[in-house]
Design a protein around this ligand. Structure first.
Ligand code: AMP
Length: 486
């Protein structure tokens, strides 16, 4: 199979842009999808986030559009020829950036439209004429209804993160949009999973598609070191800071399950002196983009986010992802930890499992098809006083310095929260009283356990395991390895 971009039938303009990105070889999804799409076939692709799928559909898209390249200033000479649909504003923005980067040496025009922003500047861009339009479904329909764009010359459509679009309820919008497009076209559908709904969508709108699957659809990246710590709800913030400190982490994503929980956690971490931003669906578009930018530039260390807001975001080199809450939907775990260890870099995913999470963990084991070992932390109660540190140092590092200096004094001025010895906690869930009963599928240790660390070592030399495997689950039915559908 072709591995180098230079072996592809791509124009020098595109190859130059790819070379500037510093990519040496194609990723598996690129190696499989690009030649097929260049031949004009429809594709149904299952690829994990972080696999390079954006370039996999953007490069052949641009190549195929090159025949329409022209320098005319007339909008009529620049009708929409390719449409890329995504579920969220952030994803749309991100993909539009990549389209611009890969197309920078061509004369093809591209723009992005998504909700939460004034329609006027988007309308002005559309009226000038663009060959490649990246959009979220709702806002695109607004523009279609306002007659700001016409889609009757579209030749190439990408439905990215299709499963998420269906989750959000975009199916009717998608169906309407697709009804405006010519029947003769290339359609690419990417989805993390091939659920029956996705298959129905594909059957209705794709013609004889080539199915490309680069990894098991629910597999987690092998480059991510994963830990599940048993942590009671009240201790989560303290443990978060402890792990950040002990791992010497510079930045991290912290996932929570609700918008309210997200806002609250971000506020309380901020109050404790951690540079934090929140990313959730109630934030305005402007606030969301600002939060992302602040994280990207390093102005913010912790990005506390919900799943909808963070799905598919490509922020390079996020050293760690924390699941402050175990996701309600097990598949979100795969997406969350896809933020770290992207494109071959190693990453860390730490999940906090409380007494109420037994069912969610059982769902996760089932999805991943393996037993998840729960580790216990020697939690050093958080004695750090409240208040901001303004010297630019990360608050968790400052904690470390204080400890190294041998001092654990409280701050004066009544600010300090006195260190209270924690009463021993009775397990809140009877399931915890049962010893762990490994499932049949768990005979082999999880892959990362073998690859990443010896069985007896805890997450860091500073984290002491109290019990090797605390009881978490009632005997759950042996999680069968996830069967690939079709
Ligand atoms: P995606 O899955 O499209 O979000 O891409 C994940 C990350 O991989 C992005 O940061 C891309 O810039 C990067 N990437 C894409 N293709 C390659 C490649 N062939 N080699 C190295 N990195 C890549």
């Amino acid at each position: 199979m072709t591995q180098s971009f230079s072996e592809l039938a791509l124009s020098p303009a595109l190859l130059k842009a790819v070379a500037e990105m510093g990519y040496e070889n194609m990723t598996p999804i690129q190696a499989q999808a690009i030649p097929v799409v260049l031949q004009g076939r429809d594709v149904m692709g299952a690829a994990q986030t972080g696999t390079g799928k954006t370039a996999a559909f953007t490069l052949p898209l641009l190549q195929r559009m090159l025949k329409h390249e022209n320098a005319s200033t007339s909008p009529a000479r620049h009708p929409v020829r390719a449409l890329v649909l995504l579920p969220t504003r952030e994803l749309a923005d991100q993909v539009a950036d990549q389209v611009k980067l890969y197309g920078k040496y061509t004369q093809l025009r591209s723009t992005v439209v998504f909700g939460g922003m004034d329609m006027k500047p988007q309308t002005a861009e559309l009226k000038k004429g663009v060959e490649v339009l990246v959009a979220t479904p709702g806002r695109l329909l607004d523009h279609i209804e306002a007659k700001n764009c016409v889609l009757n010359q579209v030749e190439y459509v990408v439905l990215d993160e299709a499963d998420r679009m269906l989750d959000i309820g975009f199916l009717p919008d998608l169906q309407r949009i697709l009804s405006f497009l010519p029947k003769q076209r290339t359609t690419l559908l990417f989805s993390a999973t091939f659920s029956p709904e996705i298959k129905r969508l594909a059957n209705s709108y794709l013609q004889d598609p080539v199915t490309i699957e680069v990894a098991r659809s629910n597999a987690t990246a092998s480059t991510v070191e994963q830990h599940f710590y048993r942590v009671e709800d009240d201790d989560k913030r303290g443990v978060l800071k402890q792990v950040l400190r002990e791992r010497g982490l510079k930045q991290a994503f912290v996932f929570v399950n609700s918008k309210l929980g997200c806002a609250r956690l971000a506020r309380s971490l901020e109050r404790e002196g951690l540079n934090t931003a929140a990313l959730h669906g109630d934030k305005s578009q402007d606030e969301r983009l600002k939060a992302l930018d602040a994280f990207k530039t390093g102005a913010v260390d912790l990005l506390v986010c919900t799943d909808v807001a963070a799905r598919g975001l490509d922020i390079k080199d996020v050293p760690a992802v924390f699941n402050f809450d175990i996701p309600f939907n097990a598949e979100d775990y795969v997406h969350r930890i896809g933020r770290t260890g992207r494109a071959g870099a190693s990453g860390l995913a730490v999940s906090f499992v409380s007494g109420r999470d037994a069912r969610l963990m059982a769902d996760l084991e089932k999805l991943l098809g393996k037993k998840l070992e729960l580790e216990a932390l020697e939690f050093e109660a958080d004695r750090r006083p409240a208040g901001r540190f303004n010297d630019g140092q990360r608050a968790w590092q400052r904690d470390e310095d204080r400890r190294e200096g041998g001092s654990r004094r409280e701050r004066s001025g009544g600010e300090a929260r006195a260190a209270q010895p924690r009463p021993p906690r009775a397990p809140s869930d009877p399931l915890f009283d049962k010893p762990y009963e490994p499932s049949a599928a768990g005979d082999a240790p999880p892959a990362w356990e073998v690859a990443q660390r010896p069985a007896t070592r805890s997450a860091s030399p500073n984290i002491k395991t109290r019990r090797k495997v605390p009881a978490l689950f009632k005997s759950v039915p042996a999680p069968a390895p996830v069967q690939e559908e079709g």
